[in-house]
Design a protein around this ligand. Structure first.
Ligand code: FEO
Length: 393
């Protein structure tokens, strides 16, 4: 059993083979479902459970740890990768009470049909004594559901933050041992599920600044024994600052849109603008999401097919709109055969974004001299807009 602090243990499960979360989010490096056991001098509490697929691992870990009685199971979040084993835990430890906030209680009742008498509800800031250790509950809403909360143990200066600060990363290391790897996994995680709530996250970061935190145990990925590393990363991601960067997700059926994308990319590089190009029929959507965290502009490369935008571009645009990046400018470039509503379709899918649309560039068939000149004008406009907005790297 792996120990974070005296009588604080990691008892969750590593999921090396998981490759898709929610049948939506790619997991190139697997993930973990962290569960933490805290043994006080009088009471014992488990913090979160694991995905139902890994219930056996959690139950075995608790047996191996010699846990014959559980007083509390703190549920920080209703999503089932952390709450899904609760029914089995309650069968194994029928005396245990689920400690959570009123919103999470309702979700657990809805999702898992757990009876009312199994719950102890707590309020923001409330404390619960385990004897020589105290659980102090800190409501941290919208990381990434409305009911999410964290637990702070003042005696150990440990924070259990659940999804907040998490990283989909399967690793045998209990603590972060390679900050570069964890940074990328945590940024991917932030981009995919946290980014729509960056204002609320900022408020949560301010709230946590009141606590003296020595260690953060998230519910996915390794434990942060240098918590400032991930707190500083989050501060940067949620800030309003943008990079002089253009992200270009594109798809091309017969090469014409690809030629336009290549021309645009080269012209941007010539102007010292950072670019990231993603081919949408093969893209890892998480990589695209990472780059959207701080890019100032998005240019979608999309041909017209069936009188509208290519479905791969529609999907990428829909996802971009859903994760609400802070980009300020967008445009569409692409080739068409005879006509269609490609631009209207794509711009119509970005209604969540506070974005200024720049003049699109559409080429009839293969791009010609006039189309390349229009792409150059678009690059000029992007550079002017970035400069005007004070976006420089
Ligand atoms: Fe890791 Fe929102 O569940």
């Amino acid at each position: 059993m792996r120990q974070l602090k005296p009588n604080v243990y990691a008892v969750g499960a590593i999921d090396w083979d998981a490759r898709l979360f929610d049948r939506l989010i790619p997991l190139p490096d697997g993930t973990s479902y962290n569960s933490y056991l805290v043994r006080g001098s009088e009471k014992t509490a488990l913090h979160d459970t694991v995905d139902p697929d890994k219930t056996e691992v959690l139950l075995n870990n608790l047996m191996r740890a010699g846990v014959d009685k559980l007083d509390y199971v703190v549920a920080h979040h209703g999503e089932q990768d952390h709450s899904g084993s609760l029914p089995d835990i309650l069968l194994m430890y029928p005396e245990a009470k689920i400690v959570t906030n009123p919103k999470c209680k309702q979700m657990l009742k809805d999702l898992l049909s757990i009876e009312d008498e199994k719950f102890v509800t707590i309020e923001d800031g409330q404390k619960l004594s385990l004897g020589d250790k105290t659980l102090q509950f800190v409501f941290t809403p919208w990381v990434h559901w409305p009911e999410t909360m964290s637990t702070y143990i003042p005696e150990d200066k440990v924070l259990f933050s659940c999804d907040f600060f998490g990283a989909h990363l399967a690793t045998s290391s209990l603590f972060v041992d390679d900050e570069a790897t964890v940074y990328e996994a945590a940024k991917r995680y932030y981009a995919e599920i946290m980014m729509p709530f960056r204002r609320q996250i900022n408020a949560n970061l301010e709230r946590l600044a009141e606590l003296d935190i020595d260690m953060i145990g998230p519910s996915h990925g390794p434990v942060y024994d240098n918590p400032q590393f991930i707190i500083d990363a989050y501060k940067d991601w949620v800030s309003d600052s943008l990079r002089n960067k253009v992200v270009v997700p594109y798809v091309s059926m017969h090469g014409s849109t690809a030629k336009m994308v290549s021309h645009l990319i080269e012209a941007l590089i010539d102007r010292d603008v950072e670019v990231r190009q993603f081919e949408l029929s093969t893209v890892d959507i998480g990589k695209l999401a990472i780059e959207l965290v701080d890019a100032a502009t998005v240019v979608i490369g999309c041909p017209t097919v069936l009188a509208g935008a290519h479905p791969a571009a529609i999907y990428a645009t829909f996802m971009t709109n859903a994760i609400r990046p802070k980009a300020k400018f967008a445009s569409v470039i692409g080739s068409y055969g005879w006509g269609g509503r490609t631009v209207e379709q794509l711009t119509g899918l970005m209604s969540n974004l506070m974005i200024e649309f720049l003049e699109p560039v559409l080429a009839k068939g293969e791009p010609k001299e006039a189309d390349f000149a229009a792409l150059d004008r678009l690059v000029d406009e992007i550079c002017a807009k970035h400069k005007e907005a004070g976006i420089t790297n």
